[in-house]
Design a binder for this molecule. Structure first.
Ligand SMILES: *Cc1c(COP(=O)(O)O)cnc(C)c1O
Length: 427
C-alpha cells in the first residue's frame, strides 16, 4: 500500500528539518504542521484537500493502464467543489456526472462537452434532453427513457446504455449497484427488448456501461462484468467504448488493501485481447473512479468541545457530527482519527462523537493519543462523500473547504453563515 497514511511517515514529514523541501516535492500526504496551520487560518470544522494526492491517484490509473486505450471520467459526486473539478481537468482527467447540475458545474469548470459523461439513473427525460442540448455523453438507464430518446433523436445523437449485469459486488448492500435487485441500469436479461428498441428507432449506440458498486477490491468482479458484456457487445454495430464504471477500493485502515490497478489493467487487457470487437475497431475502455480519486486527499479537521468520562467509555465530543461526515453512521464506515494536537501522547480508548442531537458516533472505543479539550482531531479519507453528503441538520453550518496546491492553502468554499441557514426560507 504505497500511499497509505501511516502515522510514522506523518511525523517524519512534519519534522522541521524535512518541512521546507516537503512543500516543493509532490506530496501525497499533508503534514501535521500544514493541517494545524489550515485550522488556525480558516477555523474548524474544516475540510482540507491535497491536490497532489488527487494527481498521484490519477497517475496510478493512467500508468497502470498505459497499454490499453482508456478514458477516465472522475465520478464527481464524490466531491464537486468547482476548484476540485478544475484541478481534475488540469491533470487531463475527464468527468462523470450524476445529475444535470453536475454536468453544468463540469462545463463551468471548463471541461469540453466531449469529456463530460452523464450517467443517469431514474431521471426525468427532460434532463436527458438538456444533457443532449449541452452536447455531453449520456448513458441511459431505463427502457422508458431509451424509447423516448429514440423517438426524439433517432440516429442523430450517439448514446450509451447503462446495463445491470446482475452481479453482486461492493463493500456492502447499500453500495452495491449491479445485483439482480438493484434499481440501477437496464437488466442484462432484457437485452431482447433493448435490441427491439434500438432497431425500431435506429438508435446510435456508442457505449455500453456497467457499474457494479463501490469499495470493490477483487479485480475479478470487473472481469466478470466484462464477461457479461462480451456476450452483448456483438449486437451493437456502432459501439466505440465500454464503460466499466467506478468502485475501486481505497484503504481506510491499517491492513486494508486497495484495488490492485496493475493486476486489473493486465486482466482487462487480456480479456479484450481475447475478445476482439467483431464489428470493427478495438473498443476504448472507460472507467468512472470517484472515491479512488479523492478519498485519501481529504481531511476533516475538528476540535474537541468536551470530554465526558463515564463508567463504560470516555467520550470525546467534537464540533462536528454526521451533518458533516455521514459515512460512519450511514455506511458503518471506518475513518482513521489522528490527534494532531498531541500526536505522541499515550494512547487511550475514546468514543468520538459529534455535537448534534442525534446519535452521531464517529468511532467506538478507538485507541487515540491522549485527548484534551481543545485538541484538533483529524478524520482521514474524508475527501470522497464527505463534504458532498453534508447537511445543515440542527441548523448548523456546513464546514469551509480548503485546497492545498503547490504548497499553498486556498479557501475554496466559505463556511456557512446564519444567512445561509435562512436562505430560501420565506420570512
Ligand atoms: C458513484 C458512481 C461512481 C463512482 O463510484 P466510486 O465508488 O466512488 O468509485 C461511478 N459511476 C457511477 C455511475 C456512479 O454512480
Amino acid at each position: 500500500m504505497p500511499f497509505y497514511f501511516d502515522t510514522k511517515s506523518l511525523y517524519d514529514r512534519s519534522h522541521p528539518c524535512c518541512y521546507p523541501s516537503y512543500f516543493r516535492k509532490m506530496s501525497q500526504q499533508l503534514s501535521i504542521a500544514q493541517l494545524i496551520a489550515a485550522a488556525q487560518e480558516f477555523g474548524t470544522p474544516l475540510y482540507v484537500y491535497n491536490a497532489d494526492n488527487i494527481t498521484a491517484q490519477y497517475q496510478k490509473l493512467t500508468s497502470a493502464f498505459a497499454q490499453t486505450d482508456t478514458k477516465f471520467f472522475y465520478a464527481c459526486k464524490a466531491l464537486t467543489n468547482i476548484n476540485i473539478l478544475k484541478h481534475i481537468k488540469s491533470i487531463g482527467c475527464n468527468v462523470d456526472c450524476s445529475s444535470i447540475n453536475e454536468v453544468k458545474l463540469a462545463l463551468l469548470a471548463g471541461f469540453e462537452p466531449n469529456n463530460v459523461l452523464y450517467t443517469s439513473n431514474g431521471i426525468h427525460f427532460s434532463e436527458i434532453e438538456e444533457a443532449q442540448s449541452l452536447g455531453v455523453h449520456i448513458n441511459i438507464d431505463s427502457l422508458s427513457n431509451l424509447e423516448k430518446f429514440g423517438k426524439k433523436f433517432g440516429h442523430s445523437y450517439p448514446v450509451g446504455i447503462r446495463l445491470r449485469p446482475n452481479i453482486m459486488a461492493g463493500g456492502n448492500i447499500k453500495i452495491s449497484t449491479g445485483h439482480d435487485k438493484s434499481k440501477f441500469g437496464i437488466p442484462a436479461d432484457q437485452l431482447t427488448t433493448i435490441l427491439e428498441l434500438v432497431a425500431k428507432h435506429n438508435l446510435h449506440i456508442q457505449n455500453l456501461h456497467i457499474h457494479t458498486g463501490s469499495d470493490i477490491k477483487d479485480v475479478d468482479v470487473f472481469v466478470k462484468g466484462i464477461e457479461v458484456l462480451f456476450d452483448i457487445i456483438p449486437h451493437f454495430k456502432e459501439l466505440k467504448s465500454v464503460d466499466l464504471g467506478g468502485g475501486f477500493k481505497v484503504p481506510y485502515k491499517e491492513g486494508d488493501g486497495e484495488t490492485d490497478m496493475i493486476l486489473l489493467a493486465q486482466k482487462v487487457k487480456e480479456a479484450f485481447d481475447n475478445h476482439p470487437n467483431p464489428n470493427g475497431n478495438p473498443l476504448q475502455v472507460w472507467f468512472e473512479p470517484g472515491k479512488f480519486m479523492v478519498s485519501a486527499s481529504g481531511y476533516l479537521i475538528t476540535e474537541v468541545n468536551v470530554l465526558k468520562e463515564t463508567a463504560n467509555t470516555v467520550f470525546a465530543g467534537v464540533n462536528s457530527g454526521f451533518n458533516h461526515l455521514i459515512r460512519p453512521m450511514f455506511y458503518d464506515a471506518y475513518h482513521q482519527i489522528e490527534n494532531i494536537s498531541n500526536p505522541t501522547g499515550a494512547a487511550k480508548h475514546y468514543t468520538v462523537t459529534g455535537n448534534i442531537c442525534e446519535t452521531d458516533t464517529f468511532a467506538w472505543d478507538r485507541n487515540i493519543p491522549e485527548i484534551r479539550e481543545g485538541d484538533l482531531l483529524v478524520f482521514k479519507n474524508a475527501g470522497a462523500y464527505g463534504f458532498e453528503m453534508s447537511s445543515n441538520f440542527n441548523s448548523r453550518y456546513k464546514p469551509a473547504e480548503v485546497l492545498v496546491k503547490d504548497g499553498k492553502a486556498m479557501l475554496i468554499r466559505k463556511r456557512d453563515t446564519f444567512d445561509d441557514i435562512l436562505r430560501n426560507q420565506v420570512l
